[in-house]
Design a binder for this molecule. Structure first.
Ligand code: B12
Length: 589
């Protein structure tokens, strides 16, 4: 392994921390004093646990269906859960579980919440709010986003378990940062305690969940790396902490063969009869149209069919998570979720006709390469950590180092082509889609700007650019386009606070600041920028892009707020040519 990589990992070793093994024991002790609840689904279905239920329906050859739902208020979420159940009763189409997508604000301990920009989706304040969801209907609820790995993770894990939930995530979110919160030592020490609590409930089938695309996999350029990274998480959860572990993934993968082969590879590498590794595959949305959205059914249902056929053949326990045809635009409504769910279930009805026509041999070959590469990636990672003096038996040290890795360097460090064969660039076995698409859009945009005479439009201009959340592709794209027309771009990275963005601009002697926002926080973020600039007594040209929407007070659905930002003096829209033309004018002021 390259010595620069080892030096880089050495630099990530935390200076001092409690012993993770001791924290784990502490967590297990806590776990023994916590009484797990029983969800309404478990009470009424008679199954011992969600895990037992999943194993049982896998045996029967029935597909498991999950729905991700995050409405504006808890009351709406509970009401929608009841309506989903009524829909199931009326049509016979069973929704097996709901994964709530609450507001990112719940990731923060209460004392930090007031300052956080509000996003789409509801807030959960305490145990009662968990109970309300698991009691709303006999549908299992799994609490994953913004739980286990977040700053408030200990409290939310306990609430979820007390309310009767048995699948707690998302492990992969260890790489998310939360503007305004910087005590990651406490955060991850608590995560180890939470893992201890979950491990103490091994016999009650309480499990850790991950959603790979939320973490490093969201940056990978090779699908094989999904397997290696999952093996690393599995090592920490199961080998080091003794906790059960289940995987979901897929939102960023819109090619049928790689989507399916990854499931087959994860299953082969990590499933046992006692603990199947797969929870669900998420539908992808990166090929969706924002206009004429009904066309997106075509993209979605063929993807669902492929998953259903693979699960029918291999009985991996792979569930399905269908996403709405409007997913690209905004958080979906209940009706939009019901529509795609029903479409998917009707596809499942017809699936048996396809079974005998299918030939999976190509996918099996891909699976085998992915498993082989996954194993290499995993052993490269452990060897690299060892060589850098990381205590690979301490789960806290492992998580601290992992969480500090630069996402763009992570795959490069352990992929076999760069790590074992010494190539400068990763040569992917099965390239991921989003990275490639982003590069394509960037090239097309640049070609268009050059054609329209804007090649040197921003020569001599310096711009600070950052993302207000974890979404990176838009940021990379805009950085690439502005640089290509001559600007010097200082990329502040992701999860950047408004105040830090303007501080960075001051440090760099820049008064042009661009922000990419996706989580429905753009309006609050824009207001913060304007207020901070006023307090500083300075003038900046601020531009924003991404998903510029918000749930306005008294409303349930997000609406476009770009005109409000414009009124506040922020240049807010996604057309890059218009942006470049506006920035060009700025020079001549
Ligand atoms: C990829 C993705 C992720 C990945 C991000 C991985 C990564 N490395 O970036 C992961 C899985 C981690 C993720 C997580 C979440 N996501 Co997300 N994600 C997406 C997804 C599928 C694609 C976004 C993308 O990268 N597109 C490719 C790039 C090139 O396009 P783009 O970002 O749209 O950018 C274009 C323009 O917007 C513009 N642009 C972008 N930024 C800027 C900036 C400027 C200045 C300008 C001028 C232009 C501009 O340029 C691009 C070219 O047109 C979208 C849905 C979709 N299909 O679009 C949801 C989406 C953006 N995510 C969403 C949400 C809610 C989340 C989560 C909060 C969900 C959750 N609770 O887990 C988390 C938040 C994470 C966090 N801490 O911030 C929502 C936002 C909803 C809303 N506002 O109404 C969306 C729309 C999905 C949905 N319908 O729910 N996500």
């Amino acid at each position: 392994m390259n010595s620069t990589v080892i030096e880089y990992i050495e630099g990530l070793k935390p200076a001092g921390h409690l012993d993770g093994r001791e924290l784990l024991k502490e967590g297990m002790e806590m776990g023994r004093s916590i009484q797990s609840g029983k969800s309404r689904f478990i009470r009424e279905s008679g199954y011992k646990s969600l895990l037992e239920y999943k194993k049982e329906i896998r045996k029967e050859g029935r597909i498991y269906w999950n729905i991700l739902m995050g409405l504006a208020t808890l009351e709406e979420q509970v009401e929608a859960t009841k309506k989903l159940y009524e829909f199931s009763q009326r049509t016979g189409l069973i929704v097996d579980s709901i994964q709530p997508i609450a507001s990112g604000v719940i990731a923060l301990p209460k004392e930090y919440r007031e300052k956080a920009p509000s996003t789409t989706s509801f807030i959960m304040d305490g145990y009662e709010d968990y109970k309300a969801q698991v009691e709303a209907a006999p549908i299992e609820v799994t609490f994953n986003d913004y739980h286990l790995a977040s700053p408030s993770g200990l409290e939310t894990t306990i609430n979820a378990i007390k309310a009767g939930a048995t699948l707690i995530g998302e492990f992969s979110q260890i790489i998310w940062n939360y503007p305004g919160y910087d005590d990651n030592l406490t955060r991850f020490s608590n995560m180890i305690r939470s893992l201890g609590i979950i491990a103490s409930k091994h016999d009650e089938d309480v499990m850790v969940k991950t959603y790979l695309d939320d973490g490093y996999a969201g940056y990978f350029i090779d699908c094989s790396s999904y397997i290696g990274y999952a093996m690393l998480e599995h090592y920490i959860c199961t080998t080091l902490c003794g906790a059960r572990y289940m995987i979901a993934y897929g939102g960023l993968l819109s090619e049928g063969h790689t989507r399916t082969a990854i499931a087959m590879a994860l299953h082969k590498a990590l499933s046992t009869d006692e603990q199947p590794a797969l929870h669900y595959i998420n539908s992808s949305t990166n090929l969706q149209w924002e206009h004429d959205t009904h066309g997106n059914y075509g993209i979605s249902v063929q993807e669902l069919l492929m998953t259903i056929l693979a699960e029918r053949k291999y009985k991996m326990g792979l569930g399905v998570n269908p996403v709405s045809i409007t997913e690209k635009i905004a958080v979906p409504t209940l009706q939009e979720l019901v529509n795609i769910f029903a479409a998917g279930k009707r596809v499942e009805e017809k699936a048996p006709e396809w079974d005998e026509l299918m030939d999976f041999s190509k996918l099996e070959a891909m699976r085998d390469v992915m498993v082989e590469q996954g194993k290499l990636f995993f052993s490269n990672a452990l060897n690299g950590f060892l060589a850098a003096g990381i205590d690979i038996n301490d789960p806290l040290e492992m998580i601290l180092v992992l969480s500090r890795f630069n996402p763009l360097k992570f795959e490069q460090a352990f992929h076999s082509t760069t790590c074992n064969e010494g190539m400068a660039e990763i040569k992917p076995f099965y390239p991921t889609v989003l990275g490639r698409q982003t590069v394509q859009i960037r090239e097309d945009e640049i070609a268009k700007l050059y054609k329209n005479g804007l090649k040197d439009a921003l020569e001599g201009k310096k711009i600070v650019l950052a993302s207000g959340d974890a979404h990176t592709y838009g940021l990379l794209l805009v950085e690439g386009v502005l640089s290509a027309v001559g600007a010097k771009v200082v990329n502040g990275g992701v999860d950047m606070d408004a105040v830090d963005a303007l501080d960075l601009a001051d440090e760099e002697g820049v008064n042009i600041v661009g922000i990419s926002c996706h989580n429905g926080q753009a309006l609050d973020y824009g207001r913060q920028l304007i207020d901070i600039a006023k307090n500083k007594g300075k003038e900046y040209f601020v531009f924003m892009g991404g998903v510029l929407n918000a749930i306005l007070p008294g409303k349930s659905e997000p609406v476009d707020i770009s005109d409000r930002l414009q009124t506040m003096g922020i240049f807010a829209q996604n057309d890059l040519e218009q942006l470049v033309r506006r920035l060009e004018l700025l020079a001549s002021l």
